[in-house]
Design a binder for this molecule. Structure first.
Ligand code: PXG
Length: 296
């Protein structure tokens, strides 16, 4: 039998089939916790520091004290990768409020649960689909508002995104786009979004309710380096439909061109020149040891 992958749970390693947490864990009972989705390319964890920093920021907002320093957390991630002999990997780092009773009061949870899953990278879309550009829909469900369970916090509350994803699935689209309460474009269900108009690159501000994506920041800097003006501002659905190019960014999505939105063809119906240049630049960056944390 093939050797099982090992999962880190609270300082110990368990084979995948035995990696379990309590049904009394508030991460499960209430979605009370935070997480990160991180990626390693060829023995380099891309932007690990940025992901660890964001994890601690999310925890700070929900008043969850992670019982580990950032450097211990970084070591635990690298150790899990090494134990599993993975060079290219998807890393899921989760901190929950921990085990409590059936009441939602977090004071009943004395110790947060920390677990780290590392697996060979999961594919969001097939390479052929990604090459052509994906088909999307604008979902009926509005993004959680910034004065509620906002997606600026990378919390375990993803039902808002899952409802969008279900809508994409049942309508035969590859992915969903979320609008906020005001009607402006916010982000994908697990991706940030960019449009290209007259050679300029636009993306919604974080104040739209989107996650401060690590890939988003990387792409904004890269686009500027490539000579494009990058502007953060509100984007309307009409601007999406009439943009020359639209693409998603994210740890899993990388840079994914969008070909259709609610059956409207975007630009020429295939990845445009700006998107292509940005994709090329991104594939160079992920190989650069200076852009991440080498571990093998
Ligand atoms: N918005 C949301 C709501 C996200 O969950 C992004 C934007 C992109 O952020 P990063 O930091 O990754 O550039 C995310 C990230 C998955 C998966 O399993 C989803 C994410 C990351 C990794 C895997 O679908 N979402």
């Amino acid at each position: 039998m093939e050797k099982e992958l090992l999962v880190y749970i609270d300082d110990q390693f368990y084979p995948k089939s035995e990696a379990k947490i309590s049904v009394y864990d508030h991460g499960l009972l209430y979605g009370d916790g935070v997480f990160e989705g991180i990626r390693a390319y060829n023995g380099i964890v891309f932007k690990l520091k940025e992901h660890i920093d964001r994890l601690y920021r999310s925890a700070h907002t929900i008043m969850l004290k992670i019982p580990m320093t950032k450097s211990e957390m970084t070591k635990a991630v690298l150790e899990t990768l090494k134990k599993n002999n993975l060079k290219d990997a998807y890393i899921r780092l989760v901190v929950t409020r921990g085990v409590g009773n059936l009441g939602l009061d977090p004071r009943k949870c004395p110790k947060p649960t920390i677990f780290i899953i590392t697996e060979p990278m999961l594919q969001l879309h097939s390479p052929e689909v990604k090459e052509k550009g994906i088909k999307t829909i604008i979902a009926w469900v509005k993004r959680d508002p910034v004065d509620a369970t906002t997606h600026e916090i990378k919390s375990l509350n993803y039902l808002n995104s899952i409802l969008g994803k279900i809508e994409a699935n049942i309508t035969g689209a590859d992915e969903a786009i979320c609008l906020n309460r005001a009607g402006f474009v916010c982000e994908g269900v697990g991706e940030n979004i960019f449009i290209v108009k007259e050679g300029k690159v636009f993306t919604p501000p974080i104040s739209s309710g989107a996650l401060d994506g690590i890939t988003r920041t990387v792409i904004m800097k890269l686009a500027e380096k490539l000579g494009y003006e990058v502007v953060e501002r509100n984007i309307t659905p009409n601007e999406l439909f009439t943009a020359e190019e639209v693409f998603f960014t994210g740890t899993a999505a990388e840079v994914t061109p969008i070909r259709k939105i609610n059956e409207r063809v975007i630009g020429k119906g295939k990845p445009g020149p700006v998107t292509k240049r940005i994709m090329e630049g991104f594939y160079k960056l992920i190989k650069d040891p200076k852009e991440g944390t080498p571990f093998s």
